[in-house]
Design a protein around this ligand. Structure first.
Ligand code: SPQ
Length: 426
C-alpha cells in the first residue's frame, strides 16, 4: 500500500451522468421487437447495454449506433432469426433475465450465457414462470443457472404471484405475455422499478396497473418510437453521497432520472440530513428527470428497510459508505436480494469497507454500520462488481493515504468515464 499523504479535496462542479442502464436495455429490446424505426437518444454505452445490442444483432436485427445515438430497424418479433452462435450477455443480469422472456416466444433454439458472475446468479426465478407459460428451457442445475438453452414457441398467459419484488422477474413475464395467448399478470409483494410498463406504453402497447398487480394482454403489436434516456440515478448516487460526505463539496448533476420507483436514495439521504435540491423537474415525459444539487452536510444514522428497499436496492453499497460518516448506527434490513447481485453485496461491502477502517457488520438481510469512522488507505477489490468498485473509489476520496482498487475496470459495465468525471470535480 502506498502511504503517501494526499489532501482530502472537496468535489465541486456540474456533471451529467451517462444514460440510465435499465431504460437503455429496455429501449433496445422493445425497439428490436417493434415494427418500424426506433431512435434512442442518450443510450448508456456501458458494456452491459452493448451486450444487449449484440444479442439482437445476432438475431438479425439491424441496429446502427453512433455513440449514445441508436437507430433500430424494427420489423416485428416475427422477423427475428435463429442465431448461429450462443448469445453472450457478459455481466448483465438484466439482459439475460429480460431476454429469456422474449426468447421464450421465438420459434427457434437459442443458447444464452454470461460471465462467471452470471453463472452464479439464480435464473429459476424467471425460468419457472416462463416454463409455466409453455417455454422449453433447460440449463445447468436443471435450468436454475446459465448457460441456458431455450426452445421457444407458443406461450399461454399465466397469473403469477412473485415471491420477491424484482423488476427483472416482472419484466421477463410481461415481455413473454406481450406475445402469449390470453392475459398475463404479475403481482409483486412491493413495487419494483416500472420502466418496462412505461416503455411498453411508449411503444403503443398497453399494461394495466392495479396496485401491485400488472396485467398485459397478449399478441400486442408494438410500434417503433423515439426514446430519450435520462441520466442514471444509480450512477448519480455515487456523486450524491460524495457531495454529502466530503467536506466543502457542492455538486450539480443534470438530467437525472427521478422515477419514484428508483428515487429511494433521495428520500433516504434527506432523512439522514443531506442537503439536496431538485430543479428543472420535467414530469410530463415517459420518464421524469431533473437537476439535482447536493451540498456537503452532517449526516445522521437511519434505519433503511421495508418498501423503500426495491426503490434503492442498487444504491445500498454507496449508502453503506454514507452511513460510515453518519452519527449513530445505521441499520439496513429486508435487503437479502443483495446476495444475488453481481456479487453478494452484503459480504463484499462489509469485507471491503472493513479493510478501510469502517465499523460495519453483516446481518442476515442487510448490515449494521456504526458511524462515524475515519477511513484509511488499503488494498481493496471491486470483486468484479461495478457498484462496489465505484463505492470504493468514492471512499478513497475520504482517506489521506492511497487506496488501491483491484479490478476497477468492472466499472465500465454501467459507467464508462466514471474516473474522468470524478477528477473533473476536484
Ligand atoms: O443487470 P444486473 O446485473 O442485474 O444489474 C443490477 C445493477 O446493480 O446494476 C443488479 F445487480 O441492477 C438491476 C437491479 O438490481 C437492474 C434491474 C432492471 O433493470 O430491471 C432491476 C434490479 O434487479 P431486480 O432483480 O431487483 O429486478
Amino acid at each position: 500500500m502506498n502511504t503517501v499523504k494526499t489532501k482530502i479535496v472537496p468535489l465541486r462542479g456540474t456533471i451529467k451522468v451517462p444514460g440510465d442502464k435499465s431504460i437503455s436495455h429496455r429501449s433496445i429490446m422493445l425497439g428490436s421487437v417493434a415494427k418500424g424505426k426506433t431512435i434512442v437518444h442518450g443510450l448508456l454505452t456501458g458494456d452491459d447495454c452493448l451486450h444487449t445490442i449484440e444479442c439482437f444483432r445476432q438475431m438479425g436485427v439491424h441496429i446502427d449506433r453512433d455513440g449514445e445515438y441508436v437507430e433500430i430497424e424494427g420489423k416485428g418479433i416475427e422477423a427475428l432469426t435463429e442465431p448461429s452462435n450462443v448469445l453472450d450477455v457478459g455481466n448483465s443480469g438484466t439482459t439475460i433475465r429480460l431476454m429469456l422472456g422474449i426468447l421464450s416466444s421465438l420459434p427457434f433454439h437459442t443458447v444464452i450465457l454470461g460471465d462467471q458472475s452470471i453463472a452464479k446468479r439464480p435464473m429459476d426465478r424467471v425460468v419457472n414462470p416462463l416454463r409455466a407459460m409453455g417455454a422449453k428451457i433447460d440449463g445447468r442445475r436443471g435450468g436454475k443457472s446459465a448457460p441456458l438453452s431455450v426452445r421457444g414457441g407458443a406461450l399461454t398467459g399465466i397469473h403469477y404471484v412473485s415471491p420477491v419484488a424484482s423488476a427483472q422477474i416482472k419484466s421477463a413475464i410481461l415481455f413473454a405475455g406481450l406475445f402469449a395467448e390470453g392475459e398475463t399478470s404479475v403481482l409483486e409483494p412491493e413495487a419494483s422499478r416500472d420502466h418496462t410498463e412505461r416503455m411498453i406504453q411508449a411503444f403503443g402497447g398497453n399494461v394495466e396497473v392495479n396496485g401491485l398487480k400488472r396485467t398485459i394482454h397478449g399478441k400486442q403489436q408494438l410500434e417503433g418510437t423515439t426514446i430519450t434516456v435520462p441520466g442514471d440515478i444509480s450512477s448519480a448516487a455515487f456523486f450524491l453521497v460524495a457531495g454529502s460526505i466530503i467536506p466543502g463539496s457542492r455538486i450539480t448533476i443534470q438530467n437525472v432520472g427521478v422515477n419514484p420507483t428508483r428515487s429511494g436514495i433521495l428520500d433516504t439521504l434527506r432523512e439522514m440530513g443531506a442537503d439536496i435540491a431538485i430543479d428543472h423537474l420535467q414530469d410530463q415525459v415517459m420518464e421524469p428527470y431533473a437537476d439535482i444539487t447536493v451540498t456537503a452536510s452532517s449526516l445522521k444514522a437511519v434505519t433503511i428497510g421495508g418498501e423503500i428497499i426495491p426503490r434503492l436496492i442498487d444504491e445500498i453499497p454507496i449508502l453503506a459508505l454514507a452511513a460510515t460518516q453518519a452519527e449513530g448506527t445505521t441499520i439496513i434490513k429486508d435487503a437479502a436480494e443483495l446476495k444475488v447481485k453481481e456479487t453478494n453485496r452484503i459480504d463484499t461491502v462489509v469485507e471491503e469497507l472493513k479493510k478501510m477502517g469502517a465499523n460495519i457488520e453483516a446481518t442476515e438481510d442487510g448490515m449494521k454500520i456504526h458511524g462515524r469512522s475515519a477511513l484509511h488507505g488499503a488494498h481493496v477489490s471491486s470483486h468484479g462488481d461495478h457498484r462496489i468498485g465505484m463505492m470504493l473509489a468514492i471512499a478513497s476520496c475520504l482517506t489521506q493515504e492511497k487506496v488501491e482498487i483491484q479490478d476497477k475496470e468492472a466499472i465500465t459495465v454501467s459507467y464508462p468515464g466514471f474516473f474522468q468525471q470524478l477528477n473533473s470535480l476536484r
